[in-house]
Design a protein. Structure first.
Length: 337
């Protein structure tokens, strides 16, 4: 699944609004399931055997690679260990799969791996890291649009639409970056953290420190962003391999171009469906229709998303354990008696 962090809209901050969107997504999921056909989905899933475990490999590799750009945005003396960096990324990814239902992304959990006096800079680094991550997503979607244009079965409108959405994501990301550098968002972020994550200890000047770090990262130190962008591209490319493996697991004949197009579909749908928790229903519908356009049974696309959701659920139980090992949590600091 594709992760993205953007400043929440006021309506999205209301739990009731998110619940309504989740229910609508669930209704769409049921309708698509009935359209694809329960028997067809069951037939596809019956082909899944032990080799389905291979789907975990691209996720683990891609997530581990994508863990490091955040730490590179921090002063060297404040960075967590390699082990802590990777653990924090998996914890945030697991929390991202759950916390959208409550209006909060899981990224701030990574701050638990930092010393308390480094967390303001850590939060600023998270904001910039997500800006770079979304930029990498826009570039990948642009590549996916090029692949779509090269596939004869797909209407040219699919590739053109993908390219347009990629450019829109890029423009929105740049706008967010410029706003973050000049607007005082540190106090707002500080308020969210104090309400949602009690284990985080912050200072009175936390918001001002976040804003100062944002101006530094997005102003005078932009050269540091390029290695982060390249690394996120590498991590996202590894995650795209998950689709190729999933198609192979489902008995479909995978190809690089088709797998890449399917891998970038959630990026495109995220532009309009990011408010729906885990894009439930939307991803199933988008992948089913895309597979149909590619000459692949729609049940393959539906089952493909189910496999990704199963992989997601497999890693969620690790989140509480990983958080308990963070050096900044009271549990981790407690000394044995």
């Amino acid at each position: 699944m594709t992760e993205a962090t953007a400043p929440p809209a006021r309506a999205e901050s209301r739990p009731g609004f998110r619940i309504v969107l989740g229910l609508l997504g669930t209704c769409l999921l049921v309708l698509i399931f009935l359209w694809v056909g329960p028997r067809a989905v069951a037939d596809q899933l019956s082909k899944v055997g032990p080799r389905a475990l291979w789907i975990l490999a691209p996720y683990v590799v891609g997530t581990a690679i994508g863990a490091f750009p955040w730490t590179w945005l921090l002063p060297s003396q404040e960075r967590p260990t390699v082990r802590g960096t990777i653990a924090s990324r998996f914890a945030a990814s697991g929390a991202n799969a759950l916390l959208p239902f409550f209006g909060l992304a899981g990224e701030p959990l990574r701050l638990l791996w930092l010393a308390s006096d480094a967390r303001a800079r850590g939060l600023a680094a998270i904001v910039v890291d997500r800006v770079v991550y979304n930029s990498a997503n826009a570039l990948l979607l642009l590549v996916g649009a090029c692949f779509a244009l090269s596939i004869e079965q797909l209407p040219r409108s699919v590739g053109i639409s993908g390219a347009a959405i990629a450019l829109a994501i890029g423009a929105i990301t740049i706008g967010i970056a410029r706003s973050a550098a000049h607007l005082r968002i540190g106090d707002r972020l500080h308020g969210v953290l104090k309400k949602r994550i009690a284990a985080l200890q912050t200072t009175r000047d936390f918001g001002a420190e976040v804003d100062a770090s944002l101006r530094e990262l997005l102003g005078g130190q932009r050269r540091r962003l390029w290695p982060c962008l390249v690394t996120h591209l590498a991590g996202r490319a590894a995650l795209c391999a998950e689709i190729y493996v999933a198609l192979w697991t489902l008995g479909a004949a995978p190809s690089v171009s088709r797998a890449f197009v399917l891998a970038t579909v959630p990026i495109a749908t995220g532009l309009v469906a990011s408010s729906i928790p885990s894009q439930i229903g939307v991803q199933e519908a988008a992948q089913a229709f895309t597979c149909a356009a590619l000459g692949i049974p729609p049940a393959v696309g539906f089952s493909l998303v189910l496999l990704q959701r199963a992989r997601q659920l497999a890693f969620i139980p690790l989140t509480p354990f990983l958080v308990s090992t963070a050096t900044g949590t009271p549990f981790a600091r407690r000394q044995p008696t």
